[in-house]
Design a protein around this ligand. Structure first.
Ligand SMILES: [Ca+2]
Ligand SMILES: [Ca+2]
Length: 266
């Protein structure tokens, strides 16, 4: 009986673990909107636009963007997040040349896309995690923020994931630039988070599975101390090729099969 209930527990654990995301993963926001001090009690959750910047010169006030992604299916080990870039599409801007830096802060209180307003918006941490130029009238196209460090901090539980706040540094004075970006509600050119997740088998964490992974695979199996010393920014559990949660000799056969044919990789 003990063996039977043990295997039931194991199956349940596998089911709870969800899909093993690896390679380039594209996530769509679960929430995206903005808040505007010009209309401090209005909610824009259903808008097809994601505005951000400083529109004071045009009578539009200060605008903060809000975005949140579900990161639950990403690996918990931050070393497996090789890249994480947030993209949003700017389709228009107020008429002024050159952009303004819009910084990403970590929201520290929850918010509801359909309720949030300037007067009832999430708190956020002072630290800036990334910046990108927004609001250049002569730029129509994608804008990207490199958020690898923040995504890593979320997946390993360092910070609760309550979404991100996009704002200019100086809201009360200085340059006005306002970018009009697409939100999920627009239906195309959606904002997204592109994450490069290191796959099992990529033991040297270079984004490829090839002959250079053989030595590190052997070390991961037989000499974890050497593996950790040679690849301090990598994760030994990448050698778990059969997905049973263990790194052992049963992973050799699936590793060889993956090496010889990418279709066999987990
Ligand atoms: Ca590799
Ligand atoms: Ca294994």
């Amino acid at each position: 009986m003990r063996a039977v209930s043990g295997s039931i527990v194991a199956v349940a654990a596998l089911a709870l673990a969800g899909p093993a995301l690896a390679g380039w993963v594209e996530l769509t926001p679960t929430k995206d909107t903005y808040v505007q001090d010009r209309w401090p009690d209005d909610n824009f959750g259903a808008s097809g636009q994601l505005l951000m910047g400083r529109g004071v010169a045009w009578g539009l006030g200060v605008i903060r963007g809000l975005v949140e992604f579900d990161l639950a299916d990403l690996p918990k080990n931050p070393k497996r997040i090789k890249e994480a870039v947030f993209y949003a599409y700017q389709f228009d801007a107020e008429p002024a040349a050159g952009g303004i830096a819009v910084f990403v802060h970590r929201a520290t209180s929850p918010w509801d896309e359909a309720l949030v307003t300037w007067n009832d918006q999430p708190t956020f941490d002072a630290r800036t995690w990334a910046s990108a130029a927004v609001g250049d009238f002569f730029h129509v196209g994608w804008i990207d923020w490199n958020l690898r460090d923040l995504v890593r901090a979320h997946v390993d539980g360092q910070y609760a994931n309550l979404g991100w706040v996009f704002k200019v540094q100086f809201e009360n004075s200085g340059t006005s630039r306002l970018g009009y970006l697409r939100s999920v509600e627009y239906g195309e050119d959606l904002p997204r988070l592109s994450v490069l997740v290191i796959r099992p088998g990529d033991l040297n964490c270079d984004g490829k599975i090839d002959l250079f992974d053989i030595d590190p695979f052997v070390w991961a199996l037989t000499n974890p101390a050497k593996y950790a010393q040679q690849f301090p920014d990598c994760d030994r559990t990448l050698a778990d090729m059969n997905g049973d949660g263990l790194v052992n000799f049963f992973d050799i056969d699936p590793f060889v099969k993956c090496l010889t044919n990418p279709a066999n990789c987990p």
